[in-house]
Design a protein around this ligand. Sequence first.
Ligand code: PMP
Length: 389
Amino acid sequence: MASNKFIVPPPRIVDREIVKPLLCGPGPCDYHPSVEKVLSKPVLSPICDEFFNVLDDIRAGLQYVFQTRSKLVLAMSGSGHSGMEAVISNLVGPGETLLIASRGIWDQRAFIIANRYGIKTEVVSVPLDVTFSPEQLEPKLKKLRPTALFITHGDSSTGTVQNLQGLGDLCHKYGTLLLVDTVVSLAGVPFFMDEWGIDGVYTSTQKVFSGPAGISPVAFSARAEAKIKSRKHDPPFYFDMKLLAPQWNCYGSTRTYHHTLSPPLFWALRCCLQEIAKETLPVSWARHAATTARFHKRLREYSFEFLIPKPEDRLATVTTVKLPKGYDYQEFVKYMRAKHNILIFAGLGPTVGKALRIGIMGVNSTTQVADSVAEAMADTLRALKKSSL
Ligand code: PMP
């Protein structure tokens, strides 16, 4: 027995009761019931046939949800930010330029990340309640000829959806790669990676996929692959696609070890993709559009005001709403949880103190949830008026 002294005694870690709310923030979303079941499937080594089959199923499912025939498709071990870091750091080297189309917090994160890698950053901005037109982006692309343009498809901080059609061609005209964040939009609204000419894209599992956080799908176009092959810089070891592609057998007959993959997260992602494939993308998109239309109709009946003025800019998965003067956003969110056990969020980044953010997506995108949340919000509006105005 070693004579070392324990300076920290064993802690008393007690079980606490959790009252799970209905998750209607911009993420995480509730689990799909089938996901809950697969989380306890057997632990597998990352180097065995059973696990290789899981990886193959995931890659096939991801090619479907991203709508790409690209081979370099896999999932990062980490939350959505790991997808962001992987896409940026693999495709843009130190000293190269990343143009950031900024309208919410995720573009600000891309800016911070890129600066840490020694990438030159340039920013083009629009106000938080609108999206970009090609005419706003083209002059910057033409002048800077950046290595890549970063843009967010669905912005969960503002509740906007960016039209991406034509943007790939525009970027390619100036030798620029198009990098897109689809963390809160993929499978909830239409997205066509190959058709829209997107070169680097990432998403996450805790939103529309209705799975656990901690694993982030990424996909790279043929153009992006060429950049990865010819680049002079090395991205971080953990994010390096040159090392991850062989682990995922992206190009056939390589099953090497890079890092230990998390079996429960992989079972969960496989299950999420199985659910999306069963429902099919067009049906999922239509369900999200219909639920949100219903939710918005109910909100209008209760006289709520949308933050985003143009209906075509509003994201189907996350709605942003302004409260009348005198209301406190945090107080509203607290009351929704305390009285209705529904979790919604106040503003984030540019929308702090300016909006409520309500996420109705994935397994929660149903008429029943839309109605319950709208009714609870109307009740909260009435209740807080009496007490605080
Ligand atoms: N992008 C968007 C659009 C998001 O909504 C989020 C998470 N809310 C992220 C990126 C970051 O993802 P994560 O928190 O999983 O790292």
